[in-house]
Design a protein around this ligand. Structure first.
Ligand code: AP5
Length: 215
């Protein structure tokens, strides 16, 4: 299964990809997670990406395209693209790479949610820097406050979840990423809208109904 998840920052793409991956077995390829791992490892890509990520801007297209097309090639059995493509240029590059490989995307899901809900979600998000598990202080709390359920590591807040950076990320989304939905519609691809302003379980259920229907 090859799926793209679109949607603004904090819509729940990562949370839902984890569940989709568990149910259908496709690899979760999050451009944000890959960039954070590159930063942690101190690679050249991580260093170049840092200033863009910390300000809420997008990392330059060509760096992301090379990184994500490379990741996709390692997952021939299927993947969930989370955070990519994020510009029309990235969408076109992905289409070109898929056409060259004779592959196609099975479904494009668009998680829809209002900016006001997003701000509350981002301010409460906590994540584990070791295993990447994502929680929310009130919506999805860990069993012990501040500690990861899976590995007992301390949870932390992402630096780009500070209110002023979140504001920039939302501006960037509306200015550059929202157009990706229009791009897919223009090239005749069906985009499946999902109401993401529901409980995590209700959003998963709505997604599974759509994905089960593809089989
Ligand atoms: P990235 O890491 O991709 O951030 P994002 O798209 O902004 O998405 P998030 O990870 O913030 O949110 P999410 O939708 O996954 O929500 P989550 O499930 O965590 O990108 C970071 C940066 O990297 C970018 O700003 C950019 O600089 C760079 N970058 C990445 N990709 C790029 C690209 N393609 N091109 C250029 N630059 C790129 O949920 C959020 C919170 O809400 C959590 O606490 C969760 O527990 C909670 N929650 C989730 N669902 C629900 C629900 N239904 N109800 C209540 N709470 C919920």
């Amino acid at each position: 299964m090859k799926i793209i998840l679109l949607g603004p920052p904090g819509a729940g793409k990562g949370t839902q990809c984890k569940r989709i991956s568990e149910r259908y077995g496709a690899a979760h390829l999050s451009s944000g997670d890959i960039l954070r791992a590159e930063r942690k490892a101190g690679t050249q890509l991580g260093k170049e990406a840092q200033r863009y990520m910390d300000s809420g801007a997008l990392v330059p297209d060509q760096l992301i395209i090379d990184m994500m097309i490379g990741a996709i090639k390692k997952c021939p059995k299927g993947y969930l693209l989370d955070g990519f493509p994020r510009t029309v240029v990235q969408g076109e590059a992905l289409d070109k790479a898929l056409a060259a490989a004779g592959e196609k995307i099975d479904a494009i899901l668009n998680l829809q949610i209002d900016d006001s809900v997003i701000i509350a979600r981002m301010s409460g998000r906590r994540s584990c820097s070791k295993c990447g598990a994502v929680y929310h202080v009130s919506n999805q709390p860990p069993k012990v406050a501040g500690i990861c359920d899976s590995d007992g590591e301390m949870l932390s807040q992402r630096p780009d979840d500070k209110p002023e950076v979140v504001e920039n990320r939302l501006k960037t989304y509306h200015a550059q990423t929202a157009a990706v939905v229009g791009y897919y519609q223009k090239v005749g691809r069906k985009v499946i809208d999902i109401d993401a302003d529901k409980s995590v379980d209700a959003v998963s259920k709505a997604i599974f109904v759509k994905l089960d229907a593809l089989k």
